[in-house]
Design a protein around this ligand. Structure first.
Ligand SMILES: Nc1ncnc2c1ncn2[C@@H]1O[C@H](COP(=O)(O)OP(=O)(O)OP(=O)(O)O)[C@@H](O)[C@H]1O
Ligand SMILES: [Mg+2]
Length: 366
């Protein structure tokens, strides 16, 4: 985009000369000979540089500059054209905020060279401001993230602390309750570990790509392990998770730890999406090329516009009316990174009859 220059000069020969020189360099030029017209042009088309005569029939260039520098936003650089070469006038120009000046008469090359330098400085300055603003946004997002993580870790930690306090008063609780309290505290600690590991792995994935350690896993055993992880929550909320492995699928080649955590994340989301006694289903199958896992819920579903975006880091629905109690937005981006590390793919689709189906496929060939 070409730069816009405003030339204010009441000597029409000099004004025309400036306009021709600047236009020959590709600048868009507005030119006028009075302070009143200069104000109008400045308001209509904010210039990137103003070239001002000091003495104008209805005011001074200095007053115009002071007025414009009082406006909010980045200051427009001002280059004065002056026949008065005395030191006092020059110094006054700078004291009032001028960027530069040129003596009349001047050579075309000098005006152009100075105009270009100041436009470049202005551009660099604006880029710095923009970059600074972007950095501030990133810093703010990081702080929000840290706040959310601290908040999310507090719930399971409080549960563990409560359990420890109850155990301290052991005589007051029955053996059955004692065992179930311990197992709930164990699940809470497991969830904290899952969350921390997701965060650490995501940081590693960003730096060098997520590393996988593939092995042949029995999917039925893996799903049993996951069932144990959620046993406490299911009891608490009344939710049910049905695990199904298609007949004949006896082994899946994958990183056991990552696969466990991808499924744990998807089931956690499904429980948040459809709280209470809603049924959640987890299916494992094989389509001849890839192992295919599907986690289905009867929650509110994911709007089409968000279907891709939710796999990005720190993206949550943020919808106040959402049934989904949103967290940090790390879970799905971890799932995405983990599935990609297996050269697989993950997506969400609408579930017939309502709800979502989170599907991922892990290719089984080497
Ligand atoms: N089963 C689901 N049904 C509806 N929306 C979902 C479901 N799973 C995820 N989402 C949407 O995707 C967003 C991102 O999910 P993600 O798991 O990344 O983050 P989160 O669950 O909010 O936080 P956490 O980092 O604790 O997992 C959620 O905030 C929610 O808006
Ligand atoms: Mg989640």
């Amino acid at each position: 985009m070409s730069h816009r220059v405003l030339v204010v000069e009441d000597d029409l020969d000099i004004q025309g000369y400036c306009k021709t020189i600047l236009e020959s360099e590709g600048f868009a030029v507005d030119a006028c000979d009075t302070a009143a017209e200069a104000r109008r042009l400045f308001a209509a088309n904010r210039p990137d540089l103003a070239v001002l005569d000091i003495g104008l029939p209805d005011g001074t260039g200095m007053d115009l500059m002071k007025e414009w520098h009082g406006f909010p936003g980045p200051k427009v650089p001002v280059l004065f054209l002056t026949a008065r070469g005395d030191l006092k006038t020059r110094l006054e120009c700078f004291q009032q905020g001028a960027t530069d000046y040129v003596h009349k008469p001047f050579a075309a090359e000098e005006l152009l060279a100075r105009a270009k330098v100041h436009l470049q400085v202005k551009k660099s300055h604006e880029e710095l401001i923009k970059r600074n603003y972007e950095l501030e946004l990133v810093a703010r997002a990081r702080q929000d993230m840290t706040d959310m993580i601290v908040h999310d870790l507090k719930a399971p930690l409080t549960a563990i602390k409560g359990t420890l306090e109850l155990i301290h008063a052991r005589g007051l609780i029955s053996q059955d309750n004692y065992v179930s309290l311990l197992s709930n505290a164990g699940s809470a600690a497991d969830f904290m570990l899952l969350m921390l590991n997701d965060m650490l792995d995501l940081a590693q994935a960003k730096a060098q790509g997520l590393k996988i350690n593939p092995a042949f896993i029995d999917p039925s055993l893996l799903l049993k392990k996951i069932e144990t992880l959620f046993a406490g929550r299911m009891k608490l909320t009344g939710a049910s998770v049905t695990m199904r492995v298609a007949p004949g699928v006896e082994k899946v080649r994958a990183d056991q730890n990552l696969l466990y955590r991808v499924l744990a994340n998807l089931i956690t989301n499904a429980m948040k999406a459809a709280p209470g006694a809603h049924p959640i289903e987890v299916d494992c199958g094989y389509n001849g090329v890839s192992a295919r896992f599907v986690v289905s819920d009867r929650g509110p579903g994911v709007p089409d516009a968000e279907k891709k975006r939710i796999f990005e880091k720190y993206v949550t629905s943020g919808r106040k009316d959402s049934a989904m109690d949103t967290g940090t937005g790390i879970g799905l981006s971890f799932c995405h990174a983990a599935v990609l590390a297996h050269k697989g793919r993950i997506w969400v689709e609408d579930r017939p009859g309502g709800g979502s189906r989170f599907v991922f496929e892990l290719p089984q060939s080497e």
